[in-house]
Structure formats: structure tokens, C-alpha cells
Design a protein around this ligand. Structure first.
Ligand code: ATP
Length: 513
């Protein structure tokens, strides 16, 4: 199956099984806004809890807060968002479709690099074992040409971005002969800057002074609380403040399902360090965060680092952890060395000192900040697309299974009475009642047992516990494993300990050590 079809199947699966619905669907939906259904909300909560515990619970020097979505409007002047939180947009006059100019160029560069990789792959196949890949990369004229072209475009693009040269960006799109994927033409408008913040009015009088913004990132809620937390928590540098919460961006091009939404959730951690040590911490958080992704147990080749071409106005180093979504490698998480930019700006705009007294150095300074910032919805999509598997079983039948890490599964175990009579359903309920305090656990009696197994495979339930006639005699049940579909018998009395070992978050957190 090609990746496009796979992605379509993932989207329809997530609707069919109650993971994600289009927002206000009965009114034909709202563009790039989604709701999480009964399964989605559980999975999302589990991802959030895993992140929170790994940041806050597992680090003595990181604490968590929950700041408001609304903030004083000067916050966004100070942070640079009012003046500089723009994306360059361009329209195709024939299709009337709107694009981000930077994305069009970046995709063109990626295509060029992809062609070079294809050449290498082809040669590797042709030459077999005697293939010297490094030499081929250095000497093959076609590979060199693709890479040189891509690098030249990248350089021109970087310069244009730095100079905010919108005409230069348009010229580059024309020079690269980039066409609109819908109309197939190069009939482009000028490139314009577009501010991504949503604004609204606070109070009853709609004057300009009352304009406030829906936060476009959660980070600023941490910066303005830096001293509150440091003082009340008696935090010593280096220390971190973590937060999860909604953020809003009026994205120009919002496609690809929950990858790019107008309302989404971020999980951010700002780590405050002594100036001059930021690069050490930047490297530390790069590897710590990559390791965190690897604990989910998916193929390590699915993640890669990507250094930023153009550093944001606040950063002295920045990279993304990219994930290979069904539509290619894209940003999942950003790691940024934000210097003292934000705290200094807030000092200037608020007139309040935001400094830390370092007892070891016996001096005060504005700390430097290393940030890790991940979109919860993007993480959800990464996990969902990696877990989704269409399988043909040895007996020729088919199943869809969500091979989620057990600890993240929305339902940890289903207790299924083999038949809905002779007290089996009551027995199942009794088991649920004993386990429900510790695990999300469900029972259902409708449909043949095989059908019920398939339903739970499709939502990723790690274990199906079947209550049969033997249960009534000797207090044992069968337990079926989602991935192997193998079953074995087990005393009811052992279920809690068994589930604890296999489905608790502790097993994932242990891997982080
Ligand atoms: P992109 O380049 O894809 O627009 P960004 O670099 O603007 O992303 P950041 O400002 O670094 O993103 O935000 C941190 C994280 O928040 C991103 O890595 C991503 O996971 C998430 N994120 C950002 N914008 C969106 C969005 N519109 N929808 C969902 N998640 C988002």
C-alpha cells in the first residue's frame, strides 16, 4: 500500500474507533480543528502523563506549572510575536490555493536531496557487495549535481529570509519552477507576511487597548512566572519549569489532519542555566529527548535531527526532532537554545528585574534558557501512524491492530464473558470492579468472542481476559495477548500483579534511566 492510502486508512480508522472527530462535524466541520473522542482522549492523556512524569516526576530540578491562555498583551510585544510571528504566504492565482512560501521551497530542496538518495540506492543495488557508498557520494556527477543545486537553493533562501526579502523568495520559487500541486501552474502572487496570532477583546468596551491574544505558545507563561517559581520553590540553577496546555495559531496552510491545527496542545519545558553553559545543556536535552522518543519502542530510523536553517530571533542554536510521518519526515519537537532573550525582553517591557542570584558565583544574572517543545497532537499522530498495522494472519483472515506501547493504550484490558448467560457476565463484572481502581478496564458481552477480540485489537487493548465455564469452577481466566494472539490461563487473583508489570507507565519510565 502506498503511504497516501495508508494515511487515509489511519484517518478513517481513527474516526471509526472514536479516536478523532472533525470539530463541529454536524455543521460540516471547522477547518483544521479536531476533537478527541472516547479512545483519543485516553491515549492523549496517557501521552501527556508520560511526558509530565518523565519531566517533572523523574527530575528533582524540574517543576510543573499551569499558566493561563490569556496573558497581558505586552507579553507578546516583548516576546516579539506581535512584530515577528509571521509566515510568508503566497497564493496561486489559478487554483486560489494559499501556501507557505518557505514550505514550498523546503519541499523542493527535500525533493532534490531525495533524488540524490535514489541515485545512491540504485547504485547500491546495481553494484551489490562491492559498492563503496562514500566514494560514490563523493564522485558521482549526478549525485553531486543534485546536492549542489539543493545547497545553492538553500543558501539563497537563507539569505532572503535573513534580509526579509520577500521579492527574493518569490523569485526563488519562480527560478526553481515550483508549480502549484492543484493547478500545476506557476501563476503566483507576491509573497506577503501574515501574523499567526488570534486576537480577541477583553472586557465590554471594544477599544484597541483591550485587544488580547490567544497564546501562540505556552513558553511565555513560564517566562513571566520565572521568578515566582524560582523564589517560592527555592530553585537553584540549573532548573526547569514544565507546562502542558493549549496554544493557538492561525496557520495559513492547515492540512495533514492533526499535524497542523489552529488549536493544539504543547508540552514545553524551559531549562534555566548559567550563561555560557547553554551549549552543554542544549546537547544534553537533544540526546535526552531523542532517548525519550526511542523508549516508545518504535524503529529508531523513524526519528532524525534537523538543524534549523534560519535561527529564530531568540535562538543561538536550534534543531528539530523529526519523525517520519506517512507524508515524510516532519518536525515533531523543537529544541532551542533561547539565550537570555525572553527574560531580558520581559525585564525591559515590565521594568521588573528577572535575575537570579547565583550563590556559587556570588553574582546576579539573567539566566540562559534551553527549551524543549513538543506538540502533543503531533506526538499522537506519530504514535498512531507507527502503531497502525494491517495484518494478514496465517489462516488468511485480516485484522487491523494498533500496536501501541501497552502503557499508552486507551483500554488496558477487556474482560469478556464467553457467553452472556449462566453467570459469566456477572463474573466478568466482578473482575472489572476489582481492577477498575488501577486500570482503565472494560467489559462487553455483545457479539461472538472473535469479533470482540478484533475490536480490541483495533483500539490497541493489550490484553483480553476471557471468562468461560472453567472460570466458574476454578477461578481462572484466559488472557490473550494483542500482538501474538496467544492465550494462557491464569488465576483471577494474579491479574492485578500481571497487569501492573505489563501496562503501567513505570515500565516505560524505567527505560529512561
Ligand atoms: P512548524 O515549523 O511545523 O510550523 P514550528 O517550528 O512553528 O512548527 P514551534 O513553534 O517550535 O513549531 O512549536 C513547538 C512544537 O509545537 C512543534 O514542534 C510542533 O510539534 C507543535 N506545533 C506547532 N505548531 C503546530 C500546529 N499548528 N499544530 C499542531 N502542532 C503544532
Amino acid at each position: 500500500m502506498n503511504q497516501e492510502d495508508l494515511f487515509k486508512n489511519i484517518i478513517s480508522h481513527s474516526k471509526e474507533y472514536g479516536f478523532i472527530f472533525q470539530s463541529s462535524e454536524i455543521y460540516d466541520g471547522l477547518s483544521a480543528v479536531y476533537d478527541y473522542g472516547q479512545m483519543g482522549a485516553e491515549l492523549k492523556n496517557n501521552l501527556r502523563t508520560f511526558w509530565w512524569k518523565s519531566m517533572v516526576q523523574m527530575h528533582q530540578n524540574i517543576v510543573g506549572i499551569d499558566a493561563s491562555i490569556f496573558m497581558h498583551p505586552t507579553t507578546w510585544k516583548a516576546s516579539g510575536h506581535v512584530d515577528a510571528f509571521n509566515d510568508p504566504l503566497i497564493d496561486n492565482k489559478d487554483s486560489k490555493k494559499r501556501y507557505r512560501a518557505d514550505v514550498l521551497i523546503e519541499e523542493h530542496i527535500a525533493k532534490m536531496m531525495g533524488k540524490a538518495e535514489k541515485e545512491v540506492e540504485k547504485a547500491a543495488k546495481r553494484f551489490g557487495e562491492s559498492f563503496d557508498e562514500a566514494l560514490y557520494r563523493q564522485t558521482n556527477p549526478r549525485v553531486l549535481e543534485y546536492i549542489e543545486k539543493a545547497k545553492a537553493i538553500e543558501n539563497t533562501f537563507k539569505n532572503a529570509l535573513e534580509l526579509n526579502d520577500l521579492e527574493g523568495i518569490k523569485q526563488l520559487i519562480l527560478d526553481c519552477e515550483i508549480v502549484c500541486p492543484i493547478s500545476g501552474t506557476k501563476n503566483w502572487t507576491e509573497v506577503r507576511q501574515f501574523n499567526l496570532m488570534f486576537s480577541t477583546q477583553m472586557g465590554s468596551v471594544s477599544e484597541d487597548a483591550n485587544t488580547i491574544y490567544l497564546r501562540p505558545e505556552t513558553a511565555q507563561g513560564i517566562f513571566v512566572n520565572f521568578l515566582n517559581v524560582q523564589k517560592t520553590g527555592r530553585m537553584k540553577i540549573p532548573f526547569g519549569i514544565a507546562q502542558t496546555g493549549k496554544a493557538f495559531r492561525n496557520e495559513i496552510v492547515a492540512r495533514q489532519f492533526i499535524f497542523r491545527m489552529r488549536e493544539f496542545e504543547q508540552m514545553e519545558m524551559q531549562f534555566f542555566v548559567r550563561p555560557g553553559t547553554e551549549m552543554t545543556w542544549y546537547d544534553y536535552w537533544k540526546s535526552t529527548r531523542m532517548n525519550w522518543h526511542h523508549t516508545l519502542g518504535f524503529d529508531v530510523k523513524k526519528h532524525q535531527f534537523h538543524d534549523h536553517l534560519k535561527l529564530a530571533h531568540y535562538a543561538n542554536a536550534a534543531c528539530d526532532i523529526e519523525f517520519e510521518f506517512p507524508f515524510g519526515f516532519k518536525e515533531l519537537e523543537g529544541i532551542h537554545s533561547r539565550t537570555d532573550f525572553d527574560l531580558k525582553k520581559h525585564e525591559t517591557y515590565s521594568g521588573k528585574k528577572l535575575q537570579y542570584f547565583d550563590p556559587e558565583l556570588n553574582e546576579s544574572y539573567v539566566p540562559y534558557v534551553v527549551e524543549t517543545s513538543i506538540g502533543l497532537d503531533r506526538l499522537f499522530l506519530a504514535v498512531l501512524s507507527e502503531a497502525y498495522k494491517e495484518q494478514i494472519l496465517p489462516d488468511g483472515s485480516q485484522r487491523v491492530v494498533l500496536a501501541l506501547p501497552f502503557a499508552l493504550a486507551p483500554i488496558k484490558a477487556a474482560v469478556l464473558p464467553l457467553v452472556n448467560k449462566d453467570g459469566l457476565a456477572e463474573k466478568a463484572e466482578e473482575i472489572v470492579n476489582a481492577l477498575k481502581y488501577d486500570f482503565v478496564i472494560r467489559t462487553e458481552a455483545k457479539d461472538a468472542i472473535g469479533k470482540r477480540y478484533r475490536r480490541h485489537d483495533a483500539i490497541g487493548t493489550p490484553f483480553c481476559i476471557t471468562v468461560d465455564y472453567e472460570t466458574m469452577e476454578n477461578q481462572t481466566v484466559t488472557i490473550r495477548h494483542r500482538d501474538t494472539m496467544e492465550q494462557h490461563r491464569m488465576p483471577i487473583a494474579d491479574l492485578k500483579a500481571y497487569l501492573d508489570t505489563h501496562v503501567s507507565l513505570t515500565s516505560l519510565l524505567n527505560k529512561l534511566a
